[in-house]
Design a protein around this ligand. Structure first.
Ligand code: PL4
Length: 403
């Protein structure tokens, strides 16, 4: 019989979000005639795509039904969209051949790991979005589970004590550093000085950063960087992954991009950009042309206003959740420049707090321990939800007693 990929066997547990859904289903089945469960768990958008962007999508679909507007495979993405992304997000710093359109940030994170292979160690913020670690396990770079983490992964604790920015001294030389700002799950946003320190360390240690900026459009404080490429030297050591999922409501439409600068080289001087083009051309057949038409609409002046409106909406939800937690005496960070609130329950197991909130309030959250060892005793609240649900959830939270 054919053998199982041993890397899959190395995965310690099921993927976090299906596990949350499983527990929710189990709970609902055990309480059939109960009040409705509200989800503040998975970061899944709830609001309709706004009209201008939606018209862009519809127009894209309509054009496919015409002789002159029809298009088939477009492996590397629409030239017009790649140029627009460079203009809107990077002040035209990058050529179109450094902008790669994808079907979402998560998919690109998975594919990018193939560039560096199983011999490259990973360093991650702890806690972090599970794909960085689980993807490293699947590619064979993380090795087996040992005690509290995977052998080939260096966990960089982000705690209240260090202001949720890690000590970078344990980062191994020549490793791949996954870094997310605004951060999922903590909601912390790294400052310009902190990202400068990250870039300096990365260059000194011969590493590469995979910078996940999926939540950059939630940043309201103008002093905070939205892209790693606002930092000098980043072009020599970073790849940025980005997404239309949260700012444009494209979680189901699926569209993102990655910036792979031409200045980024491997130890032997070969081009990472050229390898990424080769790799993508081989195992990816391009993003949906309808989604790309929607993205073009999202990046024109009217679309950018809609992105602002939508992200403002979710930030208002975040404010309400933060206020409700504060009234309960629960301390939290995030939610100001990010759609996630990271709430602290000292001395408690986060899966127990998850169960308690589900049991008493019928609210699904995400237990911090699911994001890494330093997530223990934290709960992540997602601000993605319709307004009525958020208001109802804030009311229900009042019955909790954590003081
Ligand atoms: C649930 C830091 C959410 N099934 O939609 P994409 O692929 O462009 O972006 C996914 C993504 C990328 N980077 C970060 C993210 O937080 C996310 C989405 N994360 C969450 O609740 O943490 C949705 C998760 C989804 C998943 O497994 O990714």
């Amino acid at each position: 019989m054919i053998s199982r990929n041993p890397n899959i066997a190395n995965l310690k547990a099921g993927y976090l979000f299906p596990e949350i859904s499983r527990r929710r289903r189990e709970f609902a089945a055990a309480h059939p005639s109960d009040i409705r469960i509200i989800s503040l768990g998975v970061g899944n958008t709830t609001e309709p795509i706004l009209p201008h962007i939606c018209t862009g999508l519809a127009e894209g679909a309509r054009r496919l039904g015409t002789v002159e507007g029809y298009s088939g495979y477009q492996d590397e993405g629409l030239l017009e969209l790649r140029e627009k992304i460079s203009e809107v997000f990077y002040g035209k710093k990058f050529g179109a051949d450094e902008v790669f359109i994808s079907d979402g940030a998560k998919c690109d994170i998975g594919r990018l790991q193939m560039l560096f292979g199983p011999g490259t160690k990973a360093a991650v913020q702890d806690p972090s979005y599970p794909v960085y670690v689980d993807g490293s396990v699947l590619i064979g770079a993380a090795g087996a589970w040992e005690g509290a983490g995977y052998r080939g992964v260096v966990y960089l604790p982000c705690t209240a004590e260090n202001g949720y920015f890690p000590d970078l001294s344990p980062v191994p030389a020549n490793s791949l550093i996954y870094f997310c700002s605004p951060n999922n799950p903590t909601g912390a946003v790294s400052s310009r000085e902190q990202l400068s320190e990250l870039v300096k360390t990365t260059l000194k240690k011969g590493c590469v950063i995979v910078f996940d900026a999926a939540y950059s459009e939630f940043i309201r404080d103008p002093s905070l960087p939205k892209s790693i490429f606002e930092i000098d030297g980043a072009e020599q050591c970073a790849i940025e992954v980005q997404s239309f999922s949260k700012p444009a409501g494209f979680t189901g439409v699926r569209l993102g991009w990655s910036i792979v600068p031409k200045a980024l080289k491997y130890a032997d001087g070969e081009s990472v950009n050229a390898d990424w083009a080769r790799l993508s051309g081989t195992i990816f057949n391009g993003a949906s042309n309808i989604a790309q038409a929607g993205a073009l609409a999202a990046l024109d002046p009217e679309g950018l206003k809609e992105i602002r409106r939508l992200t403002d909406f979710y930030l208002r939800n975040a404010r309400s959740i933060k206020d409700a937690l504060q009234e309960l005496g629960v301390s939290s960070i995030g939610g100001d420049n990010s759609p996630y609130i990271w709430a602290r329950f000292p001395g408690r197991d986060s899966w127990d707090v998850f169960a308690e909130i589900l049991e008493k309030c019928r609210i699904v959250t995400t237990p911090g321990a699911g994001f890494g060892p330093s997530g223990q005793s934290f709960i992540r609240f997602s601000a993605f939800g319709c307004r009525a649900d958020i208001e109802e959830a804030c009311e229900r939270l009042k019955i909790l007693k954590f003081r």
